[in-house]
Design a protein around this ligand. Structure first.
Ligand code: PGA
Length: 241
């Protein structure tokens, strides 16, 4: 596991954007695994600026997002479909048909999950996976539990995650209690992984990711088993290392 510690959120975001841009410059038809949440927002902003300066071209890039809430319409301002469109896709030259998110509105959710796995596989697999991390060590919506899913599936969100994510909703009752997430196996099959974390609230999860036992109670600890993972942290997130 490689660990890069940057001074603050802005330099962490710049460093992460350079990783993604380098990947796309070296392989213009890269398959990127993307994440939502507050953490990667700065990285997306940097990438948009790099695109505007013609430093990176997304015309051949294919993307697969990690997760989506269950039964939240795509045009809902809290859906991850909406997040990706507003914060990244509509500002760059990516082709809409090359962007993928799990469809939490699908009538047959199990078939949707199988379809998502097949689509990742037939694209050739994820070249670079971008991850955030939950305060509880979740990656995607793979929550701490006795067992973790290997493949994309419908999962229950933990009370902690619902509480943490309620900051985006008008009340905690409005937060969906289920989500579709790519599984741990799918994440670990990515050729390269970068994980971004910022702020003191993530310090314990980062400590357990790097120095803890590999345990389903800290899903991010499984990253220790992957041969090409880089953590890009700010000083606060790295403060317990
Ligand atoms: P955050 O979420 O970037 O909004 O902290 C990360 C996550 O829960 O995976």
């Amino acid at each position: 596991m490689r660990i890069i510690v940057e001074e603050d959120y802005e330099s962490m975001s710049k460093r992460a954007a350079l990783f993604v841009a380098s990947q796309v410059i070296l392989k213009p038809d890269s398959v990127l695994g993307l994440a939502t949440g507050s953490t990667p927002l700065g990285m997306y902003k940097e990438l948009i600026e790099m695109y505007q300066r013609s430093e990176v071209d997304f015309s051949e890039v294919i993307t697969f997002n990690l997760d989506e809430y269950y039964q939240l319409p795509h045009d809902d301002a809290q859906s991850y479909h909406y997040f990706m469109k507003e914060n990244f896709f509509k500002h760059i030259n990516i082709k809409e048909y090359n962007t993928h998110l799990p469809d939490g509105m699908a009538a047959d959710i199990e078939e949707e999950c199988r379809k998502y796995e097949r689509a990742i596989e037939s694209s050739g697999g994820i070249d670079l996976q971008v991850l955030g991390i939950g305060e509880n060590g979740h990656i995607g919506f793979n929550e701490p539990a006795e067992k973790l899913n290997v493949y994309t599936g419908l999962v229950n969100l933990t009370e902690e995650t619902i509480k943490v994510n309620s900051r985006f909703f008008s009340s905690v009752e409005e937060v969906p209690t289920k989500a579709v997430t790519v599984g741990m196996g799918t994440i670990l099959k990515a050729k390269r992984i970068i994980l971004l974390a910022s702020g003191e609230k993530k310090a314990e999860a980062i400590r357990d990711t790097v120095n803890g036992h590999v345990t389903t109670q800290v899903p991010s600890s499984f990253l220790q088993l992957h041969p090409d993972v880089t953590l890009i942290l700010d000083k606060a997130a790295a403060s317990l290392l």
